[in-house]
Design a protein around this ligand. Structure first.
Ligand code: DC
Length: 679
């Protein structure tokens, strides 16, 4: 049985992605399987749950192509895959035997709606946990539509036996706020003649409605009613599933509850019926930014930025519960780490999830020394600064979200937290263990540089000289590259060289000699008189001219205005070329400039181009208190003949407009780790 061993982590600054959304992945297979034509689904979550849905449709005659099927399970399995679904145009065929839904309530409940209308008999079964989950909630409305469906277990629980029938539409008011029930009725409604209406007094996640619309099915929303005309068939299309915010939730809380942590989650689904956790964490004091980058078709997606703090207690209940239902286990961990008492109410549904999540989370937190009072529909959690690792391994009851919530709690607990039965995380988040390990490693590395000034482990390959490694950082004025280069050099233990300072030093000397910087011939004539010397002191490059250190003048307004004109002069560039290369003989470098990756060190494999929007750069320069026309300099630097500013071949482009320095550095360190420079 797999287990997690978790040690306390230090603040972490990083940028991550999470695997595809589970709810959306399920629906994409179902709807594309019913469609006319061939669909590709990119970003499909290759978790056990979603694979259960896929296998079920394959058993009913749908051809689904997967690139490397053998590698779907076990360690190293890809979190997401691109699949091709050859739609059955509504013509599913009877499966040879019962359909295995595994641990997946979504598979069983949503498929019931489809199967109730097929002209054949099916049976659906699941694992021990799914066999205990209530199914009457879908059996009741489907029966009202004319379905013959029954639960073979106690009180209508699984397995389900379904004799497909012609169905008729109904108006159905959801007695429990359940997107699965809503979806089952809407899917059944596709096969009816006439209009099916589902009324939801409390909004639930609307992925089915969005997926219908993306696949060409018309439906309307009027107040709380969703109206669907029957007899429509989905039209195949290519669809991309965004990252799952419910998976991101674990890292969002890990970052939010840790002062000093900064996290970016890229390419994550930002459907408003799923982002309740952001509101809760904001109420608890975390700094959260949501940046929607695409509105679909189908689903909005984008980036999340979150900064850690000492969280404050809150109250979670009422209409927001369906929006945070999957996140309540990890929010219970946030509550345990917050100041004050957090109250969670109206969450009776938690008792009938993969396990009784109220009891499971209360047990997890108590084992870590937290006081929890349980109610039928929630709990009250007394927050505290530090948790204790539990004496015994924490049980997960086969529930993926309990396992992951326990692991995140372990990042904040004194001692080693052991989670037993951790393999269940594959239900929704293949790759969680790898992220957890990275989080712990990254945390340790960052903390080392924060606390004692030590550095990241740079890997020196056999035969490689111990100096001469160059990380090139290019970009336009005020893109943030200097702060990034300085911090990166500190973390790597490399020397930071600002090549712009050398051009500025020459410009200062030109101005000091009363030479018009635009007079190229005069500048060229002055060059032989300048003794330019480059060196290294206190981890940074230095430059002197004729024995003078011009540092204090390098950013004044005269130099700012003149430097690009001087830097355009080919003879100036030629003179400075060997000096810049000479730095690499002295030390490993993080060197910033305009042409480091393209001209000075074109063969380094470590090239980055840091950019930001013109507005952000102008603001940054103004905030530094410099009078500088960034746009004018950009124009000169990128239009000159020799070594103009441009993206070097092989350079990684990073737009820093919405990123902090720490995030840009973390991204570069990630890439350096992939390239083997950092261990
Ligand atoms: O990075 P900075 O803003 O301090 O650079 C000042 C000027 O120097 C910039 O406008 C262009 C020039 N420069 C260059 O041409 N090549 C470099 N590698 C670095 C700077």
């Amino acid at each position: 049985m797999a287990e997690f061993r978790v040690r306390p982590a230090h603040p972490v600054v990083c940028s991550i992605t999470v695997p595809g959304d589970k709810s959306i992945s399920h629906r994409s297979v179902m709807i594309a399987s019913l469609a006319d034509g061939v669909s590709t689904i990119d970003g499909f979550l290759a978790s056990e749950d979603c694979l259960s849905t896929m296998k079920a449709f394959r058993s009913m005659g749908v051809r689904i192509d997967i690139p490397d099927e053998a590698s779907l399970h076990g360690p190293g399995a890809p979190g997401v895959i691109k699949i091709t679904i050859h739609g059955a145009s509504g013509g599913l065929t009877a499966p040879a035997g019962p359909l295995d839904c595994g641990n997946s309530g979504t598979t069983m409940r949503l498929m019931s709606g489809i199967l109730a209308a097929q002209p054949f008999h099916t049976e659906l079964f699941g694992d021990a946990s799914l066999s205990k989950r209530p199914m009457k909630r879908v059996i009741a409305p489907l029966t009202a539509m004319g379905a013959r469906i029954s639960g073979q277990g106690d009180e209508g629980r699984p397995p389900l036996a379904i004799d497909g029938q012609a169905l008729h539409p109904i108006r159905y008011r959801l007695p429990v706020a359940s997107a699965q029930v809503k979806s089952a009725v809407l899917l059944a409604g596709l096969f009816c003649e006439g209009e099916t209406v589902v009324t939801e007094p409390v909004a639930t996640r609307d992925h089915t409605e969005r997926m219908f619309q993306a696949f060409g099915i018309q439906l309307r929303r009027e107040g709380d009613d969703i109206l669907l005309a029957g007899g429509q068939r989905p039209v195949a299309r290519d669809f991309t599933v965004p990252g799952d915010i419910s998976s991101a939730a674990f890292w969002l809380v890990a970052a939010a509850a840790q002062p000093g942590s900064e996290l970016e989650v890229r390419n994550v689904g930002l459907n408003p019926t799923r982002t309740g956790i952001l509101k809760v964490l904001t109420r608890m004091g975390a700094r959260v930014e949501e940046i929607v980058e695409t509105e679909g078709p189908g689903e909005p997606a984008g980036r999340l930025l979150i900064k850690g703090t000492r969280l404050q207690a809150t109250v979670i209940g009422g209409a927001e519960i369906p929006n945070v239902i999957d996140e309540l286990p990890i929010l219970a961990v946030a509550a345990a780490l917050a100041e004050g008492t957090t109250i969670i109410r109206d969450a009776h549904e938690l008792r009938v999830k993969e396990t009784d999540r109220i009891a499971a989370m209360a047990g997890t937190l108590r084992a870590m020394g937290v006081t929890v009072r349980e109610f039928d529909d929630g709990m009250e959690i007394d927050g505290q600064a530090r948790l204790q690792a539990p004496l015994e391994p924490l049980p997960t009851f086969g529930d993926h979200r309990i396992a992951m919530a326990g692991a995140i709690a372990g990042l904040f607990a004194e001692g080693e937290t052991v989670i037993a039965g951790a393999e269940c995380v594959d239900t929704s988040y293949p790759g969680f263990a790898g992220e957890l390990a990275r989080w712990q490693r990254g945390g340790a590395a960052n903390a080392a540089t924060l606390a004692d000034g030590s550095v990241l482990p740079v890997v020196v390959k056999p035969g490689q000289p111990t100096t001469g490694v160059v990380v090139a950082i290019d970009g336009p004025a005020a893109s943030g590259k200097s702060s990034v280069a300085r911090e990166l050099a500190r973390q790597l233990g490399f020397v930071h060289v600002n090549s712009g300072a050398i051009y500025r030093a020459v410009t200062w000397a030109v101005l000091a000699a009363d030479i018009d910087p635009v007079d190229q011939a005069a500048v060229v004539a002055a060059l032989p008189q300048l003794q330019i010397a480059c060196g290294v002191r206190d981890g940074a490059g230095t430059v002197t001219i004729n024995g003078h250190d011009p540092s204090e003048y390098l950013n004044n307004s005269e130099v700012n205005a003149a430097v690009s004109a001087v830097a355009r002069v080919p003879e100036v560039r030629a003179a400075l070329f060997p000096l810049q290369q000479g730095y690499a003989a002295m030390a490993n470098l993080v060197m910033e400039g305009r042409d480091i990756g393209s001209t000075i060190f074109p063969s380094t494999p470590y090239k980055y181009y840091v950019d930001a929007s013109p507005e952000v750069r102008a603001q940054r320069r103004a905030a530094q208190g410099f009078a500088d026309s960034v746009a004018a300099r950009d124009l000169q630097d990128s239009t000159r003949e020799v070594a103009p500013l441009r993206l070097a071949e092989g350079a990684v482009l990073i737009d820093s407009s919405d990123l902090t320095v720490a995030m840009v550095v973390a991204r570069i360190v990630d890439d350096l780790r992939c390239k083997g420079l950092v261990g």
